[in-house]
Design a protein around this ligand. Structure first.
Ligand code: SPV
Ligand code: MG
Length: 284
């Protein structure tokens, strides 16, 4: 089964599917080993791991390369975070051609103006016109060469402070334009506005959420509320920063790495993740 069909099944299943943000092949392998259903190729993570802010600085080609890397490294379907679609409707069509040809299972584009700023920044949250973004979704669907690739339309109405009614109107317009699922993003500290959205949603297409700030909403309750897919978008990035900082500081302070040895993964463990023995068995 192609990975995009697998992603379609996950979105239709009565269980809540879980996706883990992964900015490298290594993280994708660990996400698969941990039992996640899908990988989120996060613009926040991909840019942060390159020491850059998530402000549309990297090009489509760089984001595509990151998605291809995680796609090759694991058996999970990859959902590529394609920001605003890298420009106008023409850029969206080009993006679809490239991501589909690369075997990416799903893409997600958001209804903000290029260049966008990460949703958790108080500055720079400028919404695209609903009709223009709905047109981009229709162009995206028409640009696919097979019906398989999943196109997720993300509304930033709640991020921009425009309320649940506006989020519903936009999600409805994007579903009518052909989106396979809608992602409704929120930066609230409780799931209240997402729950209200779900309670009023027509059910036209599955709903995707990103519980970064309302992190204590358990998956069982999400299922009852009608969530199809939940994305843990940046916990791996944040865990990496904490671990790197702790380890580097400890080595610097102790003047040797003895104190960190019990905590850090062994070289043998890394070899296993890399499947070094399998690779070496290819040589004569
Ligand atoms: C990302 O992971 O890049 C996202 C989700 O777009 S968030 O950072 O929460 O906006
Ligand atoms: Mg992003």
């Amino acid at each position: 089964m192609h990975k995009s069909q697998k992603l379609r099944e996950l979105l239709q299943s009565p269980d809540v599917a879980t996706a883990m943000g992964s900015a490298s092949g290594l993280a994708a392998i660990l996400a698969e080993q941990a039992g996640f259903d899908a990988v989120w190729s996060s613009s926040f993570e991909v840019s942060a791991f390159r020491g850059l802010p998530d402000t549309s600085l990297l090009t489509m080609t760089q984001y595509l390369a990151a998605s291809v890397e995680v796609n090759r490294a694991c058996g999970l379907p990859v959902i590529a975070d394609c920001d605003t679609g890298f420009g106008n409707a023409l850029n969206v069509a080009h993006m679809i051609h490239e991501y589909e040809a690369a075997g990416i299972a799903g893409v997600c584009i958001e209804d903000k103006v290029f260049p966008k700023v990460n949703s958790f920044s108080a500055r720079g949250q400028v919404l695209e016109e609903t009709e223009e973004f709905a047109h981009r979704i229709a162009v995206a669907k028409a640009a696919q060469s097979t019906p398989d690739l999943v196109v997720i339309a993300r509304t930033e109405a709640l991020i921009a402070g425009r309320g649940v009614g506006e989020a519903l109107r936009r999600a409805d317009a994007y579903a009518s334009a052909g989106a396979d699922a809608v992602l409704v993003h929120s930066k609230a500290s409780t799931p209240g506005e997402i729950q209200e959205f779900l309670g009023r949603w027509s059910g036209a297409v599955p709903v995707v959420v990103v519980p970064t700030t309302y992190y204590d909403w358990p998956v069982d309750e999400m299922r009852q509320a009608g969530v199809a897919l939940t994305i843990y978008a940046n916990q791996a990035l944040r865990a990496s920063v904490s671990a790197l900082r702790r380890t580097m500081t400890a080595i610097r302070e102790a003047g040797c790495s003895a104190t960190v040895e019990p905590e850090v993964a062994s070289v043998k463990e890394i070899f296993e993740i890399q499947r070094l023995d399998d690779w070496l068995s290819l040589s004569r």
